[in-house]
Design a protein around this ligand. Structure first.
Ligand code: DNO
Ligand code: MN
Length: 359
């Protein structure tokens, strides 16, 4: 596995490239141009700027997360063709600087969704928290306004400019069933995958987080059957998945090691993180350690090792620990600890393999 670390960019992240460089076994940044409005082409000079910054620390820029999808594409509006064209231009430009994987998601309106970004845990840390009953009752407008005003940082997918238009968006999605959303995804892939193929960039869809419908909006990348369906929409190695253990793990019936074994050659990028799922459907993000949460990270790493995984990996969210002030879920310390846990398991498995062959 090739380890990366999500970085939000100079002036947009509390963490420096020097910090990232010092995390053992970390080869690259997982990056994006967060200030380019969704749907626009990414300017070459801005792409090159990130490359230059990363080059100074000998960190690769192989994985981009995310080139977000304009709502008109997800809604299947006639204007989608223009945005798909821009997307393809961005793919070409990213390929020109050596990018290998683009992560994206196909969630209507929101990206990952939580109720509390700083839920206190018993050890004095805080973490992202999803409260099932609250999401059922809450008015999304109120929640979004609270978050948009209170946050020091803009959350990916929560950009206030985009969310201003929330009621129109909700209205537009009234006509979009799950089936329609699948069709709109297929339309997007049919145009984008040949371009990705030509430029040797793997497209990797991120599962929906949480993996079920919220606020009546359709969500489709939620379980093994649906991931299989997605991969078959365009059956190419360039149409892959970002297998996120934390997103899929929120539904305890998702068996992630099983998915790794089935989809091994279609997972160019993996997110590995743990969450604790409660009986009432609430979940909170925990350390990566298997026994701290409900997702068996040990078994997951074992499955990747077993299939001879050579793709990219990153720890996903972490808790906020040791008083760190950071972007919610994206501090340095807990994610760095997560990386060391993942390497600890991996290196042990490697040793065991070597000794099994008598070395
Ligand atoms: C959740 C995170 C997400 C992810 C985007 C991908 O598990 O990894 O924020 O980055 O949904 O587009
Ligand atoms: Mn993820």
């Amino acid at each position: 596995m090739r380890m990366g670390f999500r970085w939000f960019g100079e002036g947009n992240d509390t963490i420096s490239l020097q910090d990232i460089k010092q995390i053992p076994g970390t080869e690259g940044i997982v990056w994006a141009l967060h200030d380019i409005p969704v749907g626009e082409e990414w300017p070459m000079e801005k792409i090159l700027e990130v490359k230059e910054q990363a080059d100074k620390f000998n960190l690769n820029i192989d994985v981009v997360e995310s080139v977000n999808i304009h709502e008109d594409i997800k809604l299947g509006l006639p204007t989608r063709d223009r945005y798909i064209q821009n997307y393809n231009t961005t793919i070409e430009r990213l390929a020109a600087v050596g990018v290998k994987v683009i992560c994206y998601n196909f969630m209507p309106i929101f990206d990952w969704f939580r109720v509390d970004l700083y839920k206190p845990l018993s050890d004095g840390s805080t973490a992202l928290f999803y409260e099932h009953a609250k999401v059922k009752d809450i008015d999304p407008f109120e929640l979004v306004n609270q978050n948009a005003n209170n946050l020091e940082y803009k959350m990916p997918g929560w950009e206030p400019e985009r969310l201003k238009d929330l009621s129109n968006l909700f209205e537009a999605y009234k006509n979009v069933s799950e089936e329609k959303l699948w069709n709109n995804l297929a339309y997007f892939l049919e145009s984008v995958i040949p371009v990705a193929e030509k430029h040797d960039i793997k497209m990797a869809i991120h599962p929906d987080d949480p993996p079920w419908s919220i606020f009546g909006l359709p969500r489709i990348i939620t379980n093994k059957e649906n991931i299989r369906k997605h991969l078959n929409l365009v059956d190419s190695p360039y149409n892959g998945v970002t297998l996120c253990s934390g997103s899929l793990g929120a539904n305890p019936s998702n068996n992630i090691p099983e998915m790794i074994r089935e989809f091994a050659d279609r997972i160019p990028f993996a997110h590995i993180r743990n969450i604790k799922v409660f009986e009432n459907g609430d979940f909170v993000e925990t350390s990566h350690r298997s026994c701290d949460g409900s997702v068996d990270i040990n078994e997951i790493v074992k499955a990747y090792h077993e299939v001879g995984y050579t793709g990219y990996v990153r720890p996903d969210h972490g808790r906020h620990i040791w008083g760190e002030k950071c972007r919610p879920g994206y501090g340095l310390y807990d994610r760095a600890l997560g990386i060391m846990y993942l390497w600890g398991i991996w290196d042990t498995l490697e040793r065991m393999k070597e000794s099994a062959y008598g070395n």
